[in-house]
Design a protein around this ligand. Structure first.
Ligand code: PDD
Length: 277
């Protein structure tokens, strides 16, 4: 029973949602992805708080109280070790009208799936892509077309991730990750706000950096400054801390993962082991 759909647990293959679901027709919904280490969800509370913020951000109520949703998540991962939980809330099923339906209950689903943890020595190559997303990137909404197009462009160029740059020249984040740069021993990342999704992993990295004595500047960098960084990495729930070795085919620093990145990666792994023993 690895799917919970509108109040019932069932096998994932048995889940059915109407063709008139507003998530399907409009992308009118929000989502979360949570990582499970050794059978325990990592940082579940911040993910659920963000789900609540995303719901509020699109003027939709939570489908169930957060404690109940946390209970659903715990039940979905019973018997799993390394897994992910995907949660999605849409504005429900109604005849197709742009305005919100008056009394459609939200469609709420959550399911778990096993994950293959990233190889310890995996590195990323990035491709710069134009960040032409809307002005509310802090909301984790299911309409991900700009992100999908960016990721596809990156993949077609033989890269692992797209690096979003706005028309004002500032680097924001990855297509499905947050971006960090090391310059002269200081860690730089775009400040939280409407231009990026404030990643749970990003927040964890800020904590880990403080604990490791790494100075942090939450300030946007222009692309040439990012390209000239000594080190770079991207972060995400499933990607964890991925060292970046090249951007648009040009090596970052020495073209191999640097000491600050490796230190943060190792401290992050230790933290997941402590919090999810
Ligand atoms: N994506 N920025 C964007 C645009 C993202 O889609 C994600 C995560 C992140 C990192 O957030 P977090 O550390 O909370 O996972 C930043 C998820 C994993 C996805 O869409 O699959």
């Amino acid at each position: 029973m690895n799917l919970y759909l509108n109040g019932r647990f069932m096998p994932l293959e048995e889940g059915r949602v109407s063709v008139e679901d507003r998530g399907f027709q409009f992308g009118d919904g929000v989502y979360e992805v949570v990582r499970v280490y050794r059978g325990k969800p990592f940082r579940l509370e911040p993910h659920l708080r963000r789900l609540e913020q995303s719901c509020r951000g699109i003027e939709m109520g939570l489908p169930e109280p957060l404690e109940r949703i946390a209970g659903v998540c715990r039940r979905l991962v019973e018997g799993h070790t390394e897994a992910q939980i995907y949660l999605q809330v849409t504005r429900g099923v109604a005849p197709r009208l742009h305005t919100f339906p008056k009394d459609a209950p939200p469609t709420f689903l959550a399911y778990s799936r096993p994950v293959t943890p990233p190889a310890p020595d995996r590195v990323y190559r990035l491709k710069v892509v134009m960040d032409d997303r809307w002005g509310r990137c802090h909301l984790k909404v299911i309409c991900l077309l700009p992100n999908l197009l960016a990721k596809q462009k990156a993949s077609e160029a033989g890269c692992d991730e797209g690096l979003f740059v706005r028309d004002d020249g500032f680097v924001t984040e990855g297509a499905s990750s947050n971006a960090f740069f090391v310059r002269g021993g200081v860690l730089w990342t775009h400040p939280s706000g409407p231009r990026i999704l404030n990643g749970v992993t990003r927040e964890t990295v800020l904590e880990v950096a403080a604990a490791c004595g790494v100075a942090v500047r939450q300030e946007a960098l222009r692309l040439p400054d990012a390209l000239a960084a000594d080190e770079a990495f991207v972060t995400g729930t499933l990607a964890e801390i991925a060292p970046v070795v090249a951007i648009d085919g040009r090596p970052v620093g020495t073209g191999t993962p640097g000491p600050v990145t490796l230190g943060i990666q190792s401290a992050f792994r230790d933290l997941t082991r402590r919090e999810c023993p």
